[in-house]
Each structure stands twice: as structure tokens, then as C-alpha cells.
Design a protein around this ligand. Structure first.
Ligand code: NI
Length: 218
């Protein structure tokens, strides 16, 4: 590790913190900070290139397609930022490739990340969609999208294409069955799989209690 490595990471963190401050949908700076922290932990255990891991984790939600309707916006914005602070071309290419492939695109759509660093960052991002924080973020995002909390008449759907997933108008409770409960088995690294276990169990517990209360059983 050298001083320019640390300097680039610190500058990037500062840039993203300023950009995402006050973002209201669960993709705020603190989400990025948790993903960054988990990515360093997973990347260290898995022996990944921590420079690429940190830059991709920090920049992954800089312009999320969920809000800009453009999947490539984050990668493009990351590229211009990294170019502006003098990061080497090969590193920029790797970081932007990871960012472009990162999002969950539906239960039936395969993951597209290829490198170890990409798998590490995708796992770290997904861990933040699980557990108590995952629950909080799901309802924050559902509110932002004007979604119902729950409607027992609407069954969950396992989306076969990204278009279907993206245009889904389902409820937040269905989002657990359509995405969040599927993530544990889609973790790429052993480290993240282990970290996902407890968070997954907590969500199952929450849903069990939710449905019991819904029916007036408790
Ligand atoms: Ni994210």
C-alpha cells in the first residue's frame, strides 16, 4: 500500500459522501460506507485486490439506475471521476466493469460479475440488503416508490427478465420473496455466505411475525 493508493481512496470517499448526503431511498452515503467496510472485510479474507475493491464499492451507487433509469450512468460517472484524479486506465476499466455488472436484475436472471473483486463487491452490496438493515432499506425504498407494504391478494413473482423485474409494481413484502430471501444462496464468496446466514434468519423471523400479526394471531 502506498500513499497515492490511500489518497485516491480517501478522495473518492469524500467525493461520494458529498454526492450522496441526504439521499432518501436507502442508497445514501451510509449504505455505501457499510458496503465499503464489508467489501474490505470480505476482500481481505478472499485475497482480492483491495484498491479495485474499495473504489468499486465506493462508486457503485454514485448514479443508481433505479433513480436515473440508466444502467450505465454509475459506471460512466465513476470513469470520469477516476480519470480526473489520475487513476491508471487498467484500474478504471476494472472498476467500471464491476459497477456496470453489479445490480440484481431478477430472480431468473444470472449474475454477470466475473472477477474476484466483482464478486466481493457484489456480495458486500447484497449483505446490506439483508437482515435488520435490509428490512429498513426495503421499506424506505418501497415508500419512495409509493408501494404498498403488503397486499395478500398479490402473489410474489419470480421475474425471468430484467425488464419484468424493473417494471414490477409489487409490494414491499413481496420484494422479500422476489429478491431478498434469494440473496443468501447467490453469495459468491464463502466469507459473505457465512455473514449472510444470521441476517437471512432474522428476515425469516421478521416475516413470520409480520404474517402472524397480519392475521391477528399475536
Ligand atoms: Ni448498493
Amino acid at each position: 500500500m502506498n500513499s497515492s493508493y490511500e489518497h485516491v481512496v480517501a478522495l473518492t470517499a469524500e467525493h461520494v459522501r458529498a454526492k450522496l448526503a441526504g439521499e432518501p431511498t436507502g442508497h445514501d452515503w451510509f449504505h455505501t460506507e457499510r458496503v465499503w467496510r464489508n467489501a474490505v472485510r470480505i476482500g481481505t479474507e478472499e485475497g482480492a485486490d483491495l484498491f479495485v475493491v474499495q473504489l468499486a464499492a465506493l462508486l457503485h451507487d454514485i448514479a443508481n439506475w433505479k433513480f436515473s433509469d440508466d444502467e450505465t450512468a454509475a459506471a460512466r460517472e465513476a470513469e470520469s471521476w477516476l480519470r480526473g484524479i489520475g487513476v491508471a486506465d487498467a484500474t478504471i476499466a476494472h472498476v467500471c466493469d464491476i459497477i456496470a455488472r453489479l445490480s440484481f436484475k431478477g430472480a431468473g436472471v444470472e449474475d454477470a460479475v466475473t472477477s474476484l473483486e466483482g464478486r466481493v463487491v457484489q456480495d458486500a452490496d447484497r449483505l446490506d440488503a439483508l437482515g435488520a438493515i435490509g428490512i429498513a432499506r426495503a421499506f424506505a425504498y418501497g415508500g419512495y416508490k409509493h408501494r404498498l407494504i403488503h397486499d395478500p391478494r398479490i402473489p410474489p413473482q419470480l421475474h425471468a427478465t430484467f425488464e419484468e423485474y424493473k417494471n414490477s409494481t409489487g409490494t414491499t413484502i413481496n420484494h422479500f420473496y422476489e429478491k431478498l430471501l434469494l440473496l443468501k444462496d447467490r453469495m459468491h464468496t464463502r466469507t459473505a455466505r457465512r455473514m449472510a446466514e444470521e441476517r437471512h434468519r432474522f428476515m425469516e423471523e421478521f416475516l413470520k411475525q409480520f404474517h402472524r400479526e397480519w392475521k391477528g394471531e399475536v
